[in-house]
Design a protein around this ligand. Sequence first.
Ligand SMILES: [Zn+2]
Length: 126
Amino acid sequence: MIDLSQPLAHGSDNCTLATCPVCGTDYAANGHRFVVLGVGALKRDGPHSASMSEELSGFMHLFWHNHDEGCASVDIVSDAANGQADLQACSFACMKTLLSGLVDQLEENFHGRRRAAVNTAQADEL
Ligand SMILES: [Zn+2]
């Protein structure tokens, strides 16, 4: 189970992962082999150029929007220094599990919110 109680990458800690969030493999001990999902933004500093900037704070989330049933989200990266982060997994299989797990968590959050809303509505009827 992927621990998504906190964003996978946060703040100025270089926004890279030292271990696989799926299986726990230590990248340094594993020859620094991994698959990377890079996220971020560059600040435009010319008509055809851009660069990293301390003015940027990166984020990545999955978001479910449904006008009638409500919304849910999963914070994956927050406050990434210079607007960029790399999420690594030790293998193709673990990256697939990570991406699928993020969507699973979004779905769970959505259904959890729906259950909570139903419970509140039922409590209001009592
Ligand atoms: Zn792994």
